[in-house]
Ligand binder design. Structure first.
Ligand code: PLP
Length: 383
């Protein structure tokens, strides 16, 4: 089936008890067993281990990413945590993209390092740097592409080749482009991570996460951790994510078209020093963005003349753009990563990987592009 069909139908059937077209929200802690001998006859016992609404979403996610199994988590960070827990032991080493969501960096440096796991934050846009970072103890390569917030791309097939030749699993955080635009498993990756909070939900309504696995062994390992560590998504969030996912393709197409128009506007504006958007010819990795994915996404960033203070003034003066963390939703949001999403990354590390203090990140929503541009034009005029 095509993506648009799968995003609506995969994983769900009309409710056998009532005919309800939407999978019910199975808001139940426990599931009554017919007898001791028939324990788990219907597949469910306790909602930390498995829940039918969550299972429906998991099935859909596995189909959309093309994996053998998918697991839904309480948050995107719980999903990343599950990958680390499933694949890393004390004494192991992992290579992680040097630009990644700040929470991933925090989880690695402030939590897993305490349990004897060592991390190298490598420039994964450079295949030689990835190969050089791998050691005999490396048990995971974790990349995020495009990366939050600089939008640096990693060549998924290139890194997967290095990983496969060394027998190391490659996990890709595919939150920014979703399987509608980018399919890491087809490019050779072994696991895909999502913050479903972003485009899968798409309505600023939930926090959630997912891991999709290429093979059954890693899927079993991630599923084990989902239960053992108690990281599963709630039925209500799974239900909302099922509804959001039905329009994923249409939303991300529209949002990306808006982003392209806004990036072109910003690039031509005299008060804007620089604009970074993968759909611009000026984007340093434009060729890789074209080769690796079928769309450029709806995230962009820019720096205004006058640095941090001018950036703050702009963010204060906008009316339609909302100053808030999160991304991927139908509402357009604007963020200052240095003080918001990436405040836990040390200032020197932020600067080293290109997260300058003046960087203003935008998540373009589904409003009329003209209105979003007018608002930015008005704000920029005040600088
Ligand atoms: N991965 C990426 C690329 C993100 O942008 C985020 C959050 O912003 C996460 C993972 C973590 O997701 P969550 O906030 O749902 O825990």
């Amino acid at each position: 089936m095509g993506f648009r069909t799968d995003q609506i139908h995969a994983g769900v059937v009309p409710d056998p008890a009532t005919g309800a077209i939407l999978t019910p929200i199975h808001q139940s802690t426990t599931f009554v067993q017919p007898s001791v001998d028939d324990y788990m006859a219907k597949g469910y016992s306790y909602s930390r281990s498995a829940n039918p609404t969550v299972s429906a979403l998991q099935e859909r996610l596995a189909v959309l990413e093309g994996g053998t199994g998918a697991w839904a988590f309480a948050t995107g960070m719980a999903a990343t945590n599950a990958v680390f827990m499933a694949l890393l032991n004390a004494g192991d080493h992992a290579v992680v993209s040097d630009v990644a969501y700040g929470g991933t960096y925090r989880l690695a440096t402030k939590v897993f390092s305490r349990f004897g796991v060592e991390f190298t934050f490598a420039d994964t846009s450079d295949l030689d740097a990835v190969a050089a970072a791998v050691t005999d103890r490396t048990r995971l390569i974790f990349t995020e592409t495009p990366a939050n917030p600089t939008l640096k791309y990693t060549d998924i097939a290139g890194v997967s080749n290095i990983a496969t030749s060394r027998g190391i699993p490659h996990a890709v955080d595919n939150t920014f482009l979703t399987p509608y635009f980018q399919r890491p498993l087809e490019l050779g990756a072994d696991l895909v991570v999502h913050s479903t909070t972003k485009y899968f939900d798409g309505h600023n309504a939930t926090v959630g996460g997912a891991v999709v696995c290429r093979d059954e062994d890693s899927s079993e390992a991630v599923g084990f951790v989902q239960n053992a560590a108690g990281l599963i998504m709630s039925p209500m969030v799974a239900w909302l994510t099922l509804q959001g996912s039905k329009t994923l393709s249409e939303r991300i197409e529209r949002q990306s078209a808006n982003a392209q128009a806004i990036a072109e506007f910003l690039e031509s504006h005299p008060r804007v020093d620089s604009v970074t958007y993968p759909g611009l010819a000026s984007f340093p990795q434009h060729d890789l963005a074209v080769k690796q994915a079928s769309g450029f996404g709806a995230m962009a960033w820019f720096e205004v003349e006058g640095g941090v203070e001018a950036g703050k003034l702009l963010m204060r003066s906008l009316r339609l753009w909302t100053l808030a963390e999160n991304l991927g939703s139908v509402e357009s949001l604007i963020t200052h990563p240095a003080t918001m999403t990436h405040s836990d990354v040390e200032p020197e590390e932020r600067l080293r990987v290109g997260i300058t203090d003046g960087l203003v990140r935008i998540s373009v929503g589904m409003e009329d592009a003209e209105d979003l541009i007018d608002d930015l034009a008005r704000g920029l005029q005040l600088l």
